[in-house]
Design a protein around this ligand. Structure first.
Ligand code: PHE
Length: 436
């Protein structure tokens, strides 16, 4: 596609909201609290913060630079810079496929809980919340809701980059913040909430600085920032040339960090208030929280509000990896945008079916989750940094970060230095340490 025909996002704020929309999702609201709960609470938050600063942001900037410069889908972007590196783009597409294989299903859980909260059924059932969750998992409904989620995503993506993705993010992201803040304030007034703050904000450094924990934090940073799989390459291919990439990446990271911590501040006080173990694992949001809402006046209302939040956050993320695939099919196979979006949708349905059916007794959900967040995204990010800092023309990164020497003249060298010597080595070191 020629430059002037290619779609682009509007102003600065749109760009931040769209990229933050991709970043903020189940990673921040569902994954972060339980991983932090299992890995040392506030000390984990600190390791996570360091991971975002030292590896997340530089890697995101490498992707931004590559995407905005080439204005192509993930595969096209790497290929047009160097044929020998196009595998990195394919790796991203593959990673987007794996994520599609489980993310929609979990996002679909929030739809079931949203519907059951709004109808009050969740709170009037004679089954306990654990039993309800099990009953739900054993039924066909996860698949049905997962497919509905895929179709909602399709609906937005097929409307295009500006009218679909940008418009949806501009409405949904501010709403998400309002809901989260209302929830955090509400929870603060629950009896026993202080216990939760103490847990979330107390530090277990010994636990948090183990190599496995650092790897988890780095994996969480990549997953949560949508970095290391071509998503930010694809999105930044719609940025305007004069966008301040450094600013955008800082804003997106800050917003993601805020939402992750806020989600922790909603969940942990609530968990302790109900006297439940903090490291409940993946069911934290779907079993523990209803338990807690149950003790509050207007339970169905709060519960509905919360699951609307989870749904919105997930939807702005699903559209972003749907777009990685849609842009890839459209540009690489010369399909119309609609045909490409339909192809992506069909593949997502098939993969969700595979995960749902646990074909051959395999837990695809866990495999896809660990494989993408702990292996593919860190490796993808590492090679993207190496590529941007060592293999592209000297000065490529600096030119992109400074918009041809007009802005960020002091920070750009620092980031280039990190991309060259620190970020990839650190990822590599932690990765190997973790293997042995
Ligand atoms: N960042 C999203 C989340 O935290 C997940 C995601 C990963 C989205 C990779 C796009 C690409 O939920």
């Amino acid at each position: 596609m020629s430059e002037n025909k290619r779609a682009s996002f509007g102003g600065k704020l749109s760009v931040i909201l769209v990229a933050a929309g991709s970043a903020i999702g189940l990673g921040a609201i569902w994954r972060f609290p339980y991983i932090a709960g299992e890995n040392g609470g506030a000390a984990f938050v600190l390791v996570f913060l360091l991971s975002v600063l030292v590896v997340g942001i530089p890697a995101m900037l490498a992707e931004f630079a590559i995407g905005r410069y080439t204005r192509k889908n993930a595969v096209g972007a790497f290929r047009s810079l160097s044929k020998r590196w196009s595998w990195l783009g394919y790796g991203g597409v593959l990673c987007a496929l794996f994520i599609s294989g489980y993310y929609y299903l979990i996002a679909g859980w929030s739809l079931e809980y949203l519907v059951n909260s709004a109808t009050g059924q969740l709170y009037s059932s004679s089954l306990s919340f654990t039993e309800q969750f099990k009953e739900f998992q054993a039924s066909w409904r996860p698949l049905i809701y997962g497919v509905i989620f895929i179709l909602m995503t399709y609906f937005i993506v097929s409307r295009g980059v500006e009218k679909g993705i940008e418009k949806a993010s501009k409405i949904m992201m501010p709403l998400l913040f309002v809901i989260l803040i209302v929830m955090a304030v509400r929870v603060a007034f629950m009896p026993g909430a202080s216990e939760g703050y103490r847990f979330f904000l107390s530090c277990d450094f010994a636990q948090a600085f183990k190599p496995e924990t650092i790897m988890m934090a780095i994996g969480q940073a990549f997953f949560s920032l949508s970095v290391g799989m071509g998503c930010m390459v694809t999105y930044s291919s719609y940025f305007k040339r004069n966008n301040n990439l450094v600013n955008t990446s800082l804003n997106v990271s800050l917003l993601t960090l805020m939402v992750s911590v806020l989600a922790g501040l909603v969940i942990f006080p609530a968990v302790f208030s109900a006297g439940i173990e903090p490291s409940e694992g993946p069911s934290l949001v779907f079993v523990t929280l209803p338990e807690i809402f149950n003790g509050m006046p207007l339970a169905p209302l709060w519960s509905t509000i919360f699951f609307v939040l989870v749904m919105l956050a997930s939807l702005t993320s699903t559209i972003s990896f749907h777009e990685v695939l849609t842009a890839y099919f459209a540009e690489e196979f010369k399909l119309s945008r609609r045909a490409a979006a339909i192809t992506t949708t069909a593949i997502s349905v098939v993969l969700s079916l595979l995960t749902f059916s646990k074909l051959f007794g395999i837990d695809y959900l866990d495999i896809f989750d660990k494989l993408t967040a702990n292996v593919m995204m860190p490796l993808g990010a590492m090679f993207t940094c190496v590529f941007a800092a060592w293999f592209l023309e000297r000065g490529f990164m600096k030119n992109e970060l400074t918009n041809q020497n007009t802005i960020n003249r002091y920070v750009a060298p620092v980031i280039v230095f990190m991309l060259k010597y620190i970020t990839p080595l650190l990822i590599f070191y932690i990765f190997v340490m973790n293997l042995i």
